[in-house]
Design a protein. Structure first.
Length: 256
């Protein structure tokens, strides 16, 4: 038909942030599998077989999972924007402060709120760290044990890395592959350096995903969208067509 444009066949987009129910179901099943014995086997294998040079490399990598590297700069950025809004209106307007504040607040909130939740769960669970198993034969959960050796579950470093990857990935889609690789390396490092069991890492990742989803949902509910604020979707990212969009495009082509 003359002038008709056919849009290519497209698959619907896959949401970057996982939904809570799949996270709970899949993560819960994986946690159960690990807690039923895989945790011990992996920890003992790493201790016996992992070369010392590899462990040293991952000791350096694991430091990138410390939350202060991300909370301090984002927190200072937020304070600077608030100060500009209060005392330097011209600067606030020139920076388009409103469009910068909420995305930055989203990243800060995902890392910070997840970190608070991690600390509460750590104290409540009281899980003995792998070093206690390897050195003293202590394994299990000892709720409300206020000692550093009993703060294994969940992994705070993993929560920080996954929260950062998911929150920044929402805002800057083109960085998603690098961000997810970063989070995976941090999670792996926690097991290799002997700081956590695999299930601790899964628990930290689950918590981060739930917090990032929940905070974005709440912001959107309040009319504060934070999606792709720091860059467009990659060119090959599929999007859902609005009702009548295909017909509208064909009509415009006919008019030409």
């Amino acid at each position: 038909m003359t002038g008709e444009r056919h849009l290519p066949s497209r698959k619907p987009p896959v949401a970057f942030l996982p939904e809570p129910v799949p996270v709970l179901l899949v993560g819960g099943a994986l946690l159960a599998l690990l807690l039923l014995g895989t945790d011990l086997a992996v920890t003992q294998w790493v201790k016996a077989q992992m070369p010392g040079a590899v462990v040293q490399v991952f000791r350096g990598i694991t430091r990138a999972g410390e939350s202060q590297w991300y909370l301090v700069p984002t927190g200072l950025g937020l304070l600077g924007l608030l100060a500009a809004r209060r005392w330097a209106t011209v600067v606030w307007q020139r920076l388009d402060g409103a469009s910068r504040f909420w995305p930055l607040a989203y990243v800060f909130g995902c890392v910070a709120l997840g970190g608070i939740a991690v600390n509460i769960i750590k104290l409540s669970a009281g899980r003995a760290r792998p070093r206690l198993l390897l050195n003293e034969g202590i394994y299990g959960f000892f709720p409300f044990t206020a000692a550093s050796g009993y703060t294994s579950f969940p992994s705070g470093h993993t929560q920080t890395a996954v929260a950062l990857a998911l929150s920044v990935g929402v805002l800057a889609p083109r960085l998603r592959p690098v961000l997810l690789l970063f989070a995976a390396l941090i999670a792996l490092s926690r097991v290799i350096v002997g700081a956590h069991y695999p299930s601790d890492v899964v628990g930290g990742a689950m918590l981060a995903a739930l917090v990032c989803w929940g905070l974005r949902w709440e912001l959107n509910r309040r009319g504060i969208p934070v999606g792709t604020a720091w860059g467009p979707e990659p060119e090959n990212t599929w999007r859902t067509e609005a009702p009548g969009e295909r017909q509208s495009i064909a009509q415009k082509a006919d008019e030409k």
